[in-house]
Design a protein around this ligand. Structure first.
Ligand SMILES: Cc1cc2nc3c(=O)[nH]c(=O)nc-3n(C[C@H](O)[C@H](O)[C@H](O)COP(=O)(O)OP(=O)(O)OC[C@H]3O[C@@H](n4cnc5c(N)ncnc54)[C@H](O)[C@@H]3O)c2cc1C
Length: 523
């Protein structure tokens, strides 16, 4: 296949792009979603995991807070299977300005956010590891969200409505015919093959890369400031509720329980290039110190992995520069290039939050319909995503309960995340990928304490066994996976995780000699 036609081309397979594609597919458009890597491998897969109640923004960013207040209950309803209803607490630690709490309550009132002050003793009973010195505590409807599950549910919904989802297809050029964008040229990141897409309308939902895509259409001055933030996953659920410091948004002030781990974050540093994601030792040290303020003894817990993501912070270049990325609004920006640049059939949506992906998509597809002169109402606030039809939020014990049922019949491949052989094989066939890292994101394979030390060579053998890879390919896939994991481990190697890494190294280098695996082996 060297060319294809589509009514709508959506660029960027993060939460926003997948949300736009789902919205447009539900309105009956023929949609194609393209992503240069795997879905949710950009900022969406590198975020903190918090479905915001809006409380973080009530004092500083009224519009962003209101968007979260309105979207939180909708996303809980339509994507229930991707949400864990952890609740959230805003706590005043001994290091925080006590006067902020009153401004916080006032902000909650002004934005319609249901916050309730609870006694400190009740907060400590609920979260016994919390800093016992906290002075006030407020309960808010924060939650944690599994973004990979959300984005793939959106993608499955698109496909179920006849749309195409094309990962590993990078846009390398946009086509123009006079004053209109008419499609794009794609390059497959795995095979190098190129493909021309003829599109009736093109939507760029490429987040921190939005300026680069706009430039391909000849549009200059799309001001996206990449704001880098790091996060560290700790071995346990140190808390079961999302904990925020009740203070002006700052670094390291949120701890989110996600699945089997808790994640501390984050920072916000202006970076020139959205692909520049290096983590420094100083950032790690700062994050661990910040964790101590919320949970004393934090540093003694085992740090599993560190990663960074870049916020797509939109800043209209005409409005001048903002010195601190924390001062850029977390609300989203929709650029109608017909109004802005005289360019038809092309929109850019950027900024915002993962929490507001649905609203961003609704505004974008509404704007497209206006430009096309058609009226098709948005349905995404009623239509549940595939997998969320029962409207049941997931809970931590679900995998354990499922495991109990298949204790005798199913081989366990990943002990940390309770992944059975059947589940792994099904995912390998369904995803049609040969990349173990893609499977990791789909299942959380190798994301527990051993970081793949015990499960990943088993998974490689299974990938080979289901006929997806020959021996040489399987060997390469294993080495690539280990290299990816190493990147997220080395900046936090101390204590038990250092011992684990030494042990894993002994397994992979000493026992398996991974660097000299056979180049070719029979299928
Ligand atoms: C550190 C950090 C913590 C955060 N925490 C939270 C949180 O807890 N809760 C919350 O709601 N929000 C959070 N956010 C914000 C949220 O993650 C982002 O706003 C959101 O994920 C952006 O989604 P997106 O789809 O717009 O961008 P992305 O997920 O980045 O998607 C854009 C995609 O475009 C692709 N792309 C780029 N160029 C091309 C090309 N040439 N061809 C094809 N594809 C291309 C990229 O690969 C990328 O996958 C956080 C952000 C950061 C950085």
């Amino acid at each position: 296949m060297t060319s294809l036609r589509t009514e709508i081309l959506v660029i960027g397979g993060g939460a926003t792009g997948a949300g736009v594609a789902w919205d447009a597919a539900l309105r009956g458009f023929d949609v194609t979603l393209v992503e240069r890597h795997d879905l949710a491998e950009g900022t969406s897969g590198r975020f903190h995991g918090l479905l915001h109640s809006g409380a973080r923004y009530v004092v500083k960013d009224h519009d962003a807070a209101v968007e979260c207040v309105e979207e939180n209950p909708i996303v809980r309803r339509v994507a229930a299977d991707c949400i864990e209803d952890t609740g959230g607490l805003f706590v005043t630690t001994p290091d925080d300005d006590e006067a902020y709490a009153e401004r916080f309550l006032e902000g909650c009132g002004n934005t319609g956010l249901p916050a309730e002050e609870i006694p400190v003793a009740a907060a400590l009973r609920r979260e016994p590891r919390l800093n016992p010195g906290i002075k006030r505590a407020f309960a808010v409807p924060d939650a944690s969200v599994d973004v990979w599950k959300t984005v793939w549910a959106l993608a499955r919904g698109v496909q179920a409505h006849g749309g195409r989802v094309l990962p590993y297809q990078a846009v390398i050029a946009l086509h123009r015919d006079g004053n209109a964008v008419t499609g794009a040229r794609l390059r497959n990141g795995l095979t190098g093959e190129e493909l021309d897409v003829e599109a009736g309308f093109t939507i760029s939902a490429s987040g921190a890369w939005a300026a680069q895509i706009a430039q391909m259409a000849g549009v200059q001055g799309v001001g996206v400031v990449p704001g880098k933030g790091i996060m560290i996953a700790m071995n346990h659920r140190l808390v079961n509720t999302v904990i925020n410091r009740c203070t002006m948004p700052a670094d390291g002030d949120i701890l989110v329980p996600i699945r089997t781990v808790s994640v501390i974050g984050t920072t916000d540093i202006h970076t020139a290039d959205p692909d520049e994601l290096a983590v420094t030792q100083a950032e790690v040290e700062q994050m661990l110190d910040d964790g101590e303020r919320l949970v004393p003894g934090f540093r003694e817990a085992r740090a599993l992995r560190v990663w960074a993501g870049v916020r797509p912070l939109f800043q209209d270049q005409k409005a001048g520069q903002v010195a601190d990325t924390r001062d850029v609004t977390r609300s989203h920006a929709l650029l109608d290039h017909l109004e802005r640049d005289g360019l038809e059939r092309f929109l850019t949506v950027t900024g915002g939050k993962m929490t507001t992906y649905r609203l961003m998509a609704e505004h974008t597809v509404d704007a497209m319909c206006r430009q096309l002169g058609v009226e098709r109402p948005c349905r995404t606030s009623e239509e549940r995503l595939p997998g969320s039809e029962q409207a049941e939020p997931y809970h931590l014990g679900a995998r354990l309960r499922a495991r109990d049922r298949e204790l005798q019949s199913e081989q366990l491949i990943c002990e940390c995340e309770l992944i059975s052989r059947r589940r792994l094989e099904e995912t390998m066939r369904r995803r049609g990928t040969t990349n173990l890292d893609d499977i990791r994101r789909s299942l959380r394979l190798g994301m527990g304490p051993c970081q793949g030390g015990f499960c990943i060579y088993r998974a490689t053998g299974i990938l080979h066994g289901v006929g997806r890879l020959d021996g040489a390919g399987a060997s390469r896939s294993l080495v690539d996976f280990l290299q990816e994991r190493w990147k997220g481990m080395w900046p936090i190697l101390y204590g038990d995780q250092l011992r684990q890494a030494r042990f894993d190294d002994w397994v992979f280098q000493g026992l398996l000699d991974v660097e000299h695996l056979p180049e070719s082996a029979p299928v």
